[in-house]
Design a binder for this molecule. Structure first.
Ligand code: UDP
Ligand code: MG
Length: 136
């Protein structure tokens, strides 16, 4: 029996804009993730506000939602054992300055807001976020 788990990953506008989406997808594949589904889309600010609702009281909320809706993003369902935790490890710390060597945010992130990738932070939120983008 396999314990395959799914998580939601987003390649954010700063990375897509620099044509890093294929390179970042390869990083996931090399680290054992299967890209189960993917789509390149651009979302409205109102959709970003729903996606990041958990952050609505934070001072950076409006800028964050403007940013996520500012250009194309690549939204993916990633699969592997322990996908949620392993993706968070591979992404690195929220602030690229604090991210460890070998992480995506260390290598590609520009700043705390332009940090190249999003990843679900729990199995429960992964389900909610996957539904948000892939339920039709
Ligand atoms: N963010 C920001 N300023 C901050 C903290 C976070 O712009 O001071 C942005 C950043 O892009 C981050 C996103 O808000 O990825 C969501 O924040 P969270 O704390 O959930 O970080 P993550 O789960 O993405 O590491
Ligand atoms: Mg988060």
């Amino acid at each position: 029996m396999s314990n395959t788990e799914q998580t939601l990953s987003i390649i954010k506008p700063d990375a897509v804009e620099r044509n890093l989406d294929n390179e970042i997808k390869q990083v996931f594949i090399k680290n054992g993730f299967n890209i189960f589904k993917e789509k390149k889309i651009q979302i409205e600010k109102s959709e970003a506000e729903k996606f990041y609702k958990v952050h609505e009281t934070k001072p950076f909320y409006s800028d964050l939602c403007s940013y996520l809706s500012s250009g194309p993003i690549v939204v993916m369902i990633l699969e592997k054992e322990n996908a949620v935790v392993d993706n968070r490890k591979l992404m690195g710390a929220t602030n690229p300055k604090d991210a460890e060597e070998g992480t995506i945010r260390k290598k590609y992130g520009i700043s705390i807001d332009k940090n190249s990738v999003h990843g679900s932070d729990s199995v429960e939120n992964a389900k909610i976020e996957i539904d948000f983008f892939f339920k039709d």
